[in-house]
Design a protein around this ligand. Structure first.
Ligand code: ADP
Ligand code: MG
Length: 569
């Protein structure tokens, strides 16, 4: 009877359950496992930092609906991905982390190499965390881990493999037999609830639809586009709900976000939580008597923060199909000359004009709005946009359009910095394998880029044509120009006088391309930025960096409410 290696069983089980990509950093005890992945036909991407590997894997989860694997070594390797695991779990994205661990027969309990209670440690970040007790049971645990990550509200699974288990073999006929798990069952809404929801929406004076990343994950775009177009209901996308219905649709009221939230009397909430991103659904950001129709796949989420008037456990797609039918049956359409639409349209127009005047100020040093305005003009409209930073991400979200779903990846619900390069790598692989020619633009603040900048080498090694645009304001939130920076720092001990927000002045990040015999771009003027962007888009097998120096005190336009109100900054 032939024997099979445990590493081969893991690799083949993953393949059987539909896993396609593995991102990781190898070392003892997972070296052979990484090679077994490649032998089994999985795509293995070696990264430079475990966190980034984890970010890349979870972006694949969001983009494809199938978890990718993040492979790490024992102890510190796994500890380094907890940030990534938490990020995926908080964003409700599927992910499977696989960690090697100390051999049970050679160190466990007595201070073995990199020994750490890995399963226990992972549990708070996971839907499922386990250590298969024998090699023969590996397929059972892999099937369960992938199923848990994708069924219901998506999330994280962790599987732990001690060195001795990884080195073991089992007889072929002892291996537990599994089948590929069926696609997750669709959760349908209760019909009566859909009718009540349609009635409430129809009779609302100031209705609003909020489209969240749950709707993006649900692939509900086609039906939601019909629904919005036919009903002419105003909608607001959340940051990663952008593009489910195009930002350029006439019903998109992102330019009047505060007003729309504040005055709506009925809000249809589709796959978005009433957390900080949506200001908890409470006054003063919403009217005190606003009624929520909440639709979510996760029943425990219903009524969080605010009690919903109608709470519906459903996948967004079947819900959208049914409510569309209800509204369409009576030819419901909110007319453009309705007072609510007039108020929203007027506010949108005024805000757009204000932004436009800032966007047209092309004098150097540049401001955010000018940079984003020109970026928007020059990047392909179907590009995947990855973005992180403070102002860079916040202003970029309002200025850069998404016309397609799942085409924006950013710091997300957890507000995690350092996600950009990993997300961009995942997005570039996804484009390479499924939509050749589609571009990935990674728009980074200078501080944000610093967290995971070394992944540039990964992008070069795997020939990924990612355009990294660094909007460089010399600091976190804002920095200083050379004169001010020098003056402050001449006044005492550097650790006492250097403002915590300050980073180096006009650091030449684009010179990192020289490490690979390549070149990047440094831009201070709009024509330079335009030329760089045109050039960058010709690259098909390498990344590049466009480093845009902006005014270190450039800021957001004045806001009625700050996104986060706790900080005095
Ligand atoms: P956003 O960041 O866009 O506000 P959140 O991450 O807060 O979105 O919320 C997304 C919600 O979508 C979660 O509560 C999650 O349970 C839900 N969700 C995920 N997938 C689906 C789906 N297929 N159908 C319905 N809801 C979903
Ligand atoms: Mg900055």
């Amino acid at each position: 009877m032939s024997e099979v290696e445990a590493v081969q069983i893991i690799a083949e089980s993953l393949k059987e359950q539909g896993v396609e990509y593995v991102f990781g950093i190898i070392g003892i005890p997972v070296i052979e496992l990484s090679m077994a992945f490649q032998v089994a036909g999985l795509k293995y991407i070696g990264m430079r930092n475990e966190q980034s590997a984890c970010y890349a894997a979870q972006a694949i989860g969001f983009l494809t609906g199938k978890p990718a694997v993040c492979l790490v070594v024992s102890g510190p390797g796994l500890l380094h991905v907890t940030g990534g695991m938490a990020n995926a779990q908080v964003n409700c994205w599927p992910l499977l982390v696989i960690g090697g661990s100390t051999s049970q027969d050679h160190g466990e309990g007595i201070g073995g190499f990199q020994e750490y209670p890995q399963v226990e440690m992972s549990r708070p970040y996971c839907k499922y965390a386990a250590r298969p007790p024998t090699a023969s049971l590996i397929p059972l645990h892999v099937e369960k881990a992938v199923r848990y990550a994708t069924y219901g509200r998506p999330g994280v699974s962790y599987l732990d493999f001690p060195g001795n288990l990884l080195q073991s073999r089992v007889q072929q006929d002892k291996i537990y037999k599994t089948l590929p798990h069926p696609v997750a069952p669709l959760v349908y809404p209760a019909h009566d609830d859909v009718i009540r929801a349609a009635n409430l929406l129809r009779t609302a004076k100031r209705p609003l639809v909020i489209i969240g990343k749950g709707a993006a994950y649900a692939h509900a775009e086609n039906i939601l586009r019909h629904f919005i177009e036919n009903t002419n209901l105003p909608f607001l996308p959340t940051p990663m709900g952008k593009g489910v219905v195009s930002d350029t649709a006439p019903q998109c009221v992102s330019s009047a976000r505060s007003l729309a939230l504040q005055k709506a009397d009925v809000v249809l909430l589709l796959g978005a939580r009433l957390n900080w991103i949506l200001h908890f659904g409470k006054p003063p950001r919403y009217s005190a008597d606003v009624k929520f129709i909440q639709v979510d796949i996760c029943p425990e989420e219903l009524h969080n923060s605010v009690q919903a008037s109608i709470a519906i456990q459903s996948d967004i797609k079947p819900f959208a199909e049914q409510i569309f039918e209800q509204m369409n049956a009576v030819n419901f359409e909110l007319p453009n000359d309705n007072p609510w639409w007039e108020e929203l349209a007027d506010k949108c127009k005024r805000n757009r004009e204000q932004v436009r005047s800032m966007a047209l100020q092309t004098a150097s040093p540049l401001n955010y709005y000018t940079v984003f305005h020109h970026l928007r003009e020059l990047i392909p409209r179907d590009a995947i946009i990855v973005s992180e930073g403070a102002n860079t991400m916040d202003i970029g979200r309002t200025m850069l359009f998404n016309i397609l779903p799942r085409h924006r990846l950013d710091a997300g619900t957890f507000g995690t910095m350092g996600v950009g390069p990993g997300f961009a790598i995942a997005a570039a692989l996804y484009c390479r394998d499924r939509y050749p020619g589609k571009r990935v633009i990674c728009v980074e603040g200078d501080s944000a880029f610093g967290f995971s900048g070394m992944e540039l080498e990964t992008m070069v090694r795997y020939k990924l044509p990612i355009t990294i645009v660094i909007v460089n304001n010399n600091g976190i939130y804002g920095g200083f120009d050379q004169e001010a920076f020098d003056a402050i720092r001449n006044s005492g001990d550097l650790s006492q006088v250097t403002p915590p927000s300050a980073l180096g002045v006009q650091v030449r990040y684009e010179e990192m391309m020289k490490m690979f015999g390549l070149s990047g771009y440094f831009c201070k003027e709009i024509p330079e930025l335009q030329a760089a962007l045109k050039d960058a888009q010709k690259l098909s097998d390498k990344p590049t960096i466009i480093n845009v120096a902006i005014n270190p005190s450039s800021d957001r336009k004045p806001q009625t409410f700050n996104w986060l109100t706790e900080s005095k900054l």
